[in-house]
Structure formats: structure tokens, C-alpha cells
Design a protein around this ligand. Sequence first.
Ligand SMILES: Nc1ncnc2c1ncn2[C@@H]1O[C@H](COP(=O)(O)OP(=O)(O)OP(=O)(O)O)[C@@H](O)[C@H]1O
Ligand SMILES: [Mg+2]
Length: 227
Amino acid sequence: MTSGLILSDVTLLHNDGDGTVRALDGVSLEVAAGEVVALVGPSGSGKSSLLAVAGALTTPTSGTVLVGGSELSSATPRERSRIRRERIGFVFQSGNLVPALTSLDQVRLPLTFGRVANPRDPVALLTDVGMDHKARRRPHQLSGGERQRVGIARALVTRPEILLVDEPTAALDRRRSQEIVALLAEEAHEHGVATVLVTHDHDVLHHCDRVLEIVDGRLGAFTPSTR
Ligand SMILES: Nc1ncnc2c1ncn2[C@@H]1O[C@H](COP(=O)(O)OP(=O)(O)OP(=O)(O)O)[C@@H](O)[C@H]1O
Ligand SMILES: [Mg+2]
């Protein structure tokens, strides 16, 4: 079975009333198990669109997406949501935590939606991300960086093959940004998670194995000198 994430010639068109927006234009990308790929690019260039397609949240107009060897477009909606729940982890800009839940319950939450074959232990995972001492706190009692740590633990509890991360450090200062991306890379490397990390923050790129740039929906090599 092929592990990791493979996008082949993916195009995503949006109809926005005045015409068609080509959010993704022939994107091909392979992310191996345990590899961390950073994705940079201007606003509106297609970064979130790429994550949405890779995460089975959006079906591309054409092209194929393979998650751990499973082809998303030939999967039924039910299979797709199962893949999304069990085999893909998402981390968003602000952590996206549920206000009423403690840190530990946030991490347990993905395990309550259905059977998960081989979950990580939520308490051990909170320890891994350095949040075991705040297991009983609720999001409003946590700092932005702490919320991100809990969000990362929640995304990893099902042992996803793929981790999709959209601007995790947007609300954090420089030191916390470094810590969060270092933590993501460490988890990805140790647990073999194919990770795509969207960021505007060029200071964190050295934690990643590879950096790609997307411009007008087209993916290419990142050349820092063009900025
Ligand atoms: N549902 C939609 N309907 C119409 N157009 C859309 C839709 N979603 C995204 N787009 C367009 O697709 C293009 C890519 O958007 P996307 O959200 O992927 O950009 P991005 O690189 O994540 O930008 P940012 O850095 O601002 O988050 C943009 O032109 C955007 O306006
Ligand atoms: Mg975006």
C-alpha cells in the first residue's frame, strides 16, 4: 500500500458569480510518511484550497488524491468521511477548540465519533505536547500557544496518516511559533505522519523538510530570493 499523500494533476474551479476562479491549477504533490512539507504563497493563491482537497473536505474538479493508498474521488461519501475522521488530522489557525471542554476532553473528542482502530492514549499525548499539567483547563484558561498544543494533540489522537495544518502560528509570537512548528515536525517525524503546513511565517521554514510555493493555483519550488 502506498503511504502518505499523493495529489496528481489536481484542478479546482470555483464559480463565484462573475466567472470561474481556478483555485488549483494542475497541482501534483507527493508527501511521504513522516515528511513535513511547508506551503507558502500569497493570499488567495490556493493554499487552503489545497488542504481542503487533500483533506477530503472538497472534491477537486479534476485530478486524483490518494490518502495512504485510498483514492478519494472513487470513495463513497461515507468512506470519505471515515477517511477524514480516522486517517486525516487537521490543525487550524486558532486551534478551533470547543469552548466548554477541558484539554483532555478535546483530545478524546475524535475518539467519540466512532471506533478508531489504534488510537494514541490521550493523556500520554497531552504529555507529549507539554500540556498534561493543564489537562483540566478549558480553552479560555489557556494561552494561544497552549491552545495550539491541545489542537495538535487532538489532530494526532487517531494516529492519522496525514496531517494538514493551516497557519498554526498566525496568532503567536516568534518564540511560540518556533515551538509549535518544532513540535509538529517532531510528531510528524516520530510517528510517520505526512504533513502539509501552510504558513506565511518564513522564520519557521527551517523546521520543515521541504518548502513549496503556490502562486495562482500553481505549485512550484520556493525561491526565497523572489521575495
Ligand atoms: N467557495 C469559494 N467560492 C469562490 N471562490 C473561492 C472559494 N474558496 C476560495 N475561493 C477562491 O479561490 C482562490 C484560492 O483561495 P484559498 O482560500 O485557497 O487561498 P489561500 O492561499 O489560502 O489564501 P490566504 O493566504 O488568504 O488564506 C481565491 O481566489 C479565492 O477567492
Ligand atoms: Mg488560506
